[in-house]
Design a protein around this ligand. Structure first.
Ligand code: C5P
Length: 240
């Protein structure tokens, strides 16, 4: 059996994993759904643990799933497990409250982005270390984007050259993330949005196709195909 890797780094990662994942269809909470025989959360945490910067991982578990999550992750990496909240934002806030005091860099990473390569985790952490208080990984938008009205009629075509699709992990100076959550009024779908509401600049680093968010059944099929392409190598090596 592979030894559980010892945490080494100066970065805490919060993993909101408490969503029900209704868009995947009926079944277990999304983070616990299998991908190539293992829960999405196991894939995600294994890759986090393989990133040298990561020192602490805090998982916000699905309702009543805390002990299952603890058992499931014990052979993968040392993790702290807390109960998640009713929204993603509440789950992130619960996980943030469990981060040990000395860690000044905090990443927030959706369990649903289960194949995110350690190299991307490192790139986000490095950008925060280099002085950016908030960092997000992004990809160019490839589709043409139309704006529609309430009756699904096109009212305009958006210039996509200035648009980016946003991934996780998103990286923050810890005090900024805490302030952003403390000041949050609206429920937003990402943490950088809360930082933007404070008027703080958010820096971008190049994202990864492997960090796709597994949301619909077709995403699971796509992720399985990616794993078949590069089961043990490529951008997401398993720790030896
Ligand atoms: O619902 P959505 O796909 O945007 O969820 C993104 C991430 O937030 C998922 O990893 C999900 O498990 C997590 N989440 C959570 N607590 C909630 C809702 C979503 O931790 N109440």
């Amino acid at each position: 059996m592979t030894a559980v890797p010892e945490p080494r780094g100066d970065v805490a990662v919060l993993v909101p994993a408490a969503g029900l994942g209704l868009r995947l269809g009926p079944g277990a909470p999304k983070a616990l759904r299998p991908l190539a025989g293992e829960p999405l959360l196991v894939h995600a945490v294994r890759r986090l643990a393989a990133a040298p910067s990561v020192g602490t991982i805090v998982v916000a578990a699905p309702p009543e799933g805390e002990s299952d999550v603890r058992r499931m992750l014990a052979p993968v990496a040392p993790v702290t497990v807390v109960p998640g909240g009713a929204t993603r934002q509440e789950s992130v806030a619960a996980a943030l409250a469990a981060v040990p005091a000395p860690l000044e860099i905090v990443l927030v990473h959706d369990a649903a982005r289960a194949l995110t390569p350690p190299a991307l985790i490192e790139a986000v952490a490095a950008a925060v270390r280099a002085g950016h208080d908030a960092v997000i990984p992004v990809l160019p938008v490839v589709d043409t984007i139309k704006e529609v009205d309430a009756r699904e009629r096109v009212v305009g075509t958006v210039d996509r050259s200035g648009l980016r699709a946003v991934q996780t992990p998103q990286g923050f100076r810890r005090s900024l993330l805490a302030a952003a959550h403390g000041a949050a009024v609206d429920a937003l779908t990402d943490d950088a949005g809360l930082v933007e509401e404070l008027g703080v600049p958010v820096a971008c680093v190049p994202g990864s196709e492997w960090a796709l968010k597994i949301t619909r059944p077709v995403d699971l099929a796509f992720a399985e195909a990616l794993l078949r392409m590069q089961p043990a190598a490529g951008p997401h090596p398993r720790p030896a």
